[in-house]
Structures are given as structure tokens and as C-alpha cells.
Design a binder for this molecule. Structure first.
Ligand code: DX5
Ligand code: ZN
Length: 224
């Protein structure tokens, strides 16, 4: 099943609750929250207090994408604030196995994220632990960047690895997902589609979400 996870990074932070509700009205079923620390990525965003407020604004699962160093130190606070899904970067975790278990121990779904330059093969040892794999299709740090097409083969590869090993993790894509790229990512195997600029950048978030989901669902139907 295809799900749309609008990223609030491109939303109006002064009106987050309304923006999230508008995306939900357009069919969004997950809210993607980008957490940046100014170290792992060259940008700063938000922390647990905003997650706590968002928690009151929506019943949708909050998908917290941690682009931070020392994720272990912050996982409890995000879980307590109301995160439902927490993903950590392969590139930022020295003890990835431990960190993923840490996420699960706090009652959240655990995801692992790979940057565009990280091969999907590097995840072999954690695929049986994670609930989802997030393939970055831009270099993390900013919204509204250009989609990197060479990341598509990793979504295909993960689909094959999952089937070969009888696993059930889901595949999420993040970065540059818009009407002109959504068909390719769905055909490549992405099931959870993060979109920031394409939902909140301009126009009406409800209509934007509807259009993206329609294109994604059509692509998924063509696949079978
Ligand atoms: C990038 C973030 C993304 C970003 C996606 O570092 O992880 O979630 O908000 O934004 P768009 O869809 O605008 O590329
Ligand atoms: Zn993200």
C-alpha cells in the first residue's frame, strides 16, 4: 500500500497544525518530521517540544527522521514527545544494531536511513531488525532539492533483498519526490513517499497531496 508522508520542513511553522490537517485532508497518512542538528547535516530544525505539540494536532503517525549525531541520547525524548516511527542514519550510528533496538525498546517503529552515496548492501545485517528502510534521494539537510535518479536502483535492490530473505520491512523514499518523479520511485518499489516542497511549497496542500497520491496509486497499479 502506498502512503504519503508530507514533510513539515516546507510547511509554515507558524501554522503547523493547520498545515498538517490540510495535508491529512488530501490523503496523507503519515507526517514526516525532519530533525537536524547542524552537525550531521548543515542545517538546524526542531526538537522534541515541536513533536509534542504536533502530537496534539494530529492522530497520524509521526515519522521522525533523525539527521543527528548521538541519536541514542535523544531517542527517549522523541519517543516521549509522541514519535511513532524513528529513523536513524546508517552514516551517523557507530553501533547501529544497538541504536535500532533502542528505538524499538521505546515503543517506536525503527527505520534505518541511507544517504545517496551509501550502498543498500551495507544494510544486510540490519534488514531483519528494521520496520522500514528510508532511501534518501537527495543529500539530507534541505527541502526542495533536485531528485537524484541514481538512488532508484537501491529501492529495486531492497525490494529484491526483502523478497529473497522473506522479510517485511517497508521502503520509504525522501527527497525531491514530486509529480515528475513519483512514478519512478513507486515503480522502483518505494511504498512510503515523503514529500515536502511538493505538498507545502506552493498552492493548496490538500490538492497537492491528492494529486501526488493519485499519480502514485496509478503507478502502483501499473506495476502489477
Ligand atoms: C531532507 C529532508 C526531507 C525533505 C524533503 O533533508 O530529509 O524530508 O524535507 O523535502 P522535499 O520533498 O522538498 O525534497
Ligand atoms: Zn526527511
Amino acid at each position: 500500500m502506498i502512503e504519503l508522508a508530507p514533510s513539515i520542513l516546507s510547511a509554515d511553522f507558524a501554522h503547523l497544525a493547520e498545515q498538517v490537517r490540510a495535508a491529512e485532508a488530501g490523503g496523507a497518512t503519515v507526517i514526516h518530521v525532519d530533525i537536524m542538528d547542524g552537525h550531521f547535516v548543515p542545517n538546524l530544525t526542531i526538537g522534541p517540544p515541536v513533536v509534542k505539540s504536533l502530537r496534539k494536532a494530529t492522530d497520524l503517525p509521526l515519522d521522525c527522521h533523525l539527521m543527528i549525531e548521538n541519536a541514542d541520547d535523544y531517542i527517549p525524548a522523541f519517543a516521549e514527545a509522541g514519535a511513532n516511527w524513528i529513523s536513524v542514519h546508517y552514516e551517523a550510528c557507530r553501533l547501529l544494531n544497538r541504536t535500532l533496538h533502542h528505538v524499538k525498546d521505546h515503543g517506536c517503529l525503527a527505520g534505518v536511513v541511507i544517504n545517496p552515496a551509501t550502498p543498500a548492501d551495507f544494510l544486510t545485517e540490519v534488514l531483519d531488525i528494521v520496520d522500514y528502510v528510508l532511501v534518501m534521494s537527495v543529500n539530507p539537510g534541505f527541502g526542495a532539492q533536485k531528485f537524484i535518479p541514481s538512488t532508484l536502483h537501491k529501492m529495486r535492490q531492497l525490494t529484491d533483498m526483502r523478497a529473497a530473505r522473506g522479510l517485511s520491512f517497508r521502503i520509504e523514499v525522501d527527497g525531491g519526490v514530486a509529480l515528475d518523479t513519483v512514478t519512478d520511485v513507486v515503480r522502483a518499489g518505494a511504498e512510503i513517499l515523503v514529500a515536502g516542497n511538493a505538498v507545502f511549497g506552493s498552492g493548496d496542500p490538500t490538492r497537492n497531496a491528492q494529486h501526488l497520491l493519485k499519480a502514485a496509486t496509478e503507478a502502483a497499479l501499473q506495476k502489477v
